[in-house]
Design a protein around this ligand. Structure first.
Ligand SMILES: [Ca+2]
Ligand SMILES: [Ca+2]
Length: 233
């Protein structure tokens, strides 16, 4: 045997300095053989192990994000997705499958979800539904009182008035002592209502107290009778 080879064989053994190998060393008849664990590749020097960047190839097989680590790699997913047990695939999280995600209605989307609210409610804070105070805008369209309720509202009238069928205006009760005048032809054209059973269209002169006080509601003052309150509907 060549002296140099013999000398090299003597020098290179896994027993000494791990045969110069980074990781695994194995003695063979031709000398030491270095090898590397999974996730590493043996360099041209036959000794050094270098991390494989799995993310460089096909994104590491990850659906969304790939992060290289020394000896391995990790997949992760965008917000709203979950990593499946194969540790590569990402699947939308169905937030609507959780309890109480939305106060009212939940709509699942890929990577997200939205909430919607029943009529009469408005969405706040993405998931919550709050009652709309219809009375806060134009008194809810009510001629007199407006009462806000959860998810709805209704109009109110002072004593001796009742709510018109349009649910907003107030009309005088039949039999009330509040005077009314017989409507003219113009009243008919303007669509003024008539009392049930009344042969002629009647324009009721409504005497209304201010919306926020009942002070005058029991004693309407004649001078406060306003022709303008003979309303269209
Ligand atoms: Ca790696
Ligand atoms: Ca979703």
């Amino acid at each position: 045997m060549d002296k140099r080879v013999k000398r090299r064989l003597v020098m290179e053994t896994c027993a000494v300095n791990n045969g110069g190998c980074d990781r695994t060393c194995r003695d063979t008849s031709t000398g030491v053989r270095c090898s590397c664990p999974v996730g590493f590749t043996l360099q041209f020097d036959g000794k050094t192990c270098k991390d494989i960047d799995e993310c460089q190839s096909n994104n590491g097989g990850c659906d969304h994000f790939c992060r290289n680590t020394i000896g391995s790699f990790d997949c992760s997913c965008k917000a709203g997705y979950k990593l499946l047990t194969d540790e590569k695939s990402c699947q939308d999280i169905d937030e609507c499958s959780f309890e109480r995600t939305c106060d009212h209605t939940c709509i699942n989307h890929p990577g997200s979800f939205t909430c919607s609210c029943d009529r009469g409610y408005t969405l706040y804070g993405l998931t919550h539904c709050g009652d709309v105070n219809e009375c806060s805008i134009n008194n809810g369209g009510c001629e007199h009182g407006c009462v806000n309720t959860a998810g709805d509202y209704y109009c109110q009238c002072p004593p001796r008035f009742k709510l018109h069928w349009n649910r907003k205006d107030c009309v005088v009760h039949a039999g009330s002592h509040i005077r009314h005048s017989v409507g003219s032809a113009e009243d008919t054209r303007s669509g003024l209502h008539r009392l049930p059973g009344s042969p002629k269209p009647l324009c009721h002169r409504l005497v209304l107290p201010p919306p926020d006080t009942n002070k005058d509601s029991t004693h309407p003052e004649p001078e406060r009778v306003t022709p303008g309150l003979c309303r269209r509907h």
